[in-house]
Design a protein around this ligand. Structure first.
Ligand code: RIB
Ligand code: CA
Length: 313
């Protein structure tokens, strides 16, 4: 089986960083066509820098990195420095990247890749606000039937919101973009907080990266130590939820997950519940089912996969 072609769209973000590393550590399974930065956890100048910092930590200066949208489709940008730090990738000081940022706009790269590859062969992996994906769909509707699948980190239902009582950050930052993606008809797999809050960065799990005794292992530990502090204080949990690597883990070992194919729609009007993923988990409406909404994960299996793959870098 040839490796699956993917594009990662991301707003690093320490958890985004581990997702990118997991993809880079899995070349037999994943053919990473490119990484596109979006504004989210931090501003675009920071996130487009961060994707290159991450690639250089993995000694992968060959990866094509692009800058995408610098703000949501129709709202002011909301960032999350309170979680990820001023750079979006706080925890350890790393050299400014020297690998190039590609001159093409990231949205145009997504469009070009979907138009130039055989239909149903490219999967999009958004790990931040859906601005780039929705902008590509709006600018070039012909690409929609070409997309093999969208596997995204975002949303929440049983776990409720993390940036408001009703909404998860990625969806909340650009709910109009999320609405376009969820209504697009593209095969959609959603990795919500219901899953990611079950994969906490416990001490034992962080110590497994520390045991690498490599620069990469030390960088991962520093990122996770910084990243988890906010959620540990907020939830009183034994570690922070490692959100974005779950998207890549789904591609590698989907058997680690379970969920239901249901209707999921996005609230775009109500100030109280803006950005909520309204998931018809119990089938109480006749709304069209449009998403595989994941709910559970084998946490130890996820960390075994993540640790094993990252140890190969
Ligand atoms: O709500 C969690 C999501 O928001 C993750 O993708 C995290 O990186 C932030 O982007
Ligand atoms: Ca993210």
């Amino acid at each position: 089986m040839p490796p699956r072609k993917i594009i990662i769209d991301t707003d690093p973000g320490q958890d985004d960083a581990l997702a990118i590393l997991l993809a880079l550590a899995s070349p037999d399974d994943l053919d990473l066509l490119g990484i596109v930065a979006v504004a989210g956890n931090a501003t675009l100048p920071q996130t487009q820098r961060n994707i290159r910092v991450i690639c250089e930590v993995a000694n992968r200066r060959d990866v094509k990195c692009f800058a995408g949208s610098d703000k949501p489709m129709s709202r002011p940008l909301l960032t999350a420095e309170h979680v990820h730090g001023a750079t979006g990738l706080d925890g350890i000081d790393l050299p400014e990247p020297t690998m190039p940022l590609q001159p093409q706009h990231g949205v145009d790269f997504i469009i070009d890749m979907l138009r130039s590859h055989e239909a149903d062969t490219v999967t999009l992996c958004p790990l931040g606000p859906l601005t780039n994906i929705a902008t590509a769909m709006a600018r070039a509707p012909d690409i929609i039937p070409c997309i093999q699948e969208i596997v995204l980190m975002g949303g929440a239902y049983f776990e409720v919101g993390n940036i408001t009582p009703a909404a998860e950050f990625n969806i909340y930052v650009d709910p109009e973009a999320a609405d376009i993606v969820f209504r697009s008809g593209v095969k959609l797999t959603v990795v919500p907080l219901d899953v990611t809050h079950k994969v906490l960065t416990t001490k034992t799990r962080i110590d497994a990266f520390r045991a690498f005794r490599t620069h990469l292992g030390d960088v991962v530990v520093a990122w996770l130590d910084f990243f988890e502090r906010f959620d540990v204080q907020k939830y009183g949990s034994d570690g922070g939820p490692l959100h974005d690597p779950c998207v890549i883990a789904w591609l590698l070992e989907p058997h680690l997950f379970s969920g239901r194919f249901i209707n999921v729609e996005i609230e775009t009007q109500s100030p109280l519940t803006l950005g909520m993923t309204v998931a018809d988990w119990w089938g109480v409406t006749d709304r069209t089912r449009n998403a595989m909404f994941l709910k559970d994960i084998h946490a130890d299996g996820f960390y075994a996969l993540l640790t094993d793959r990252l140890s190969r870098l």
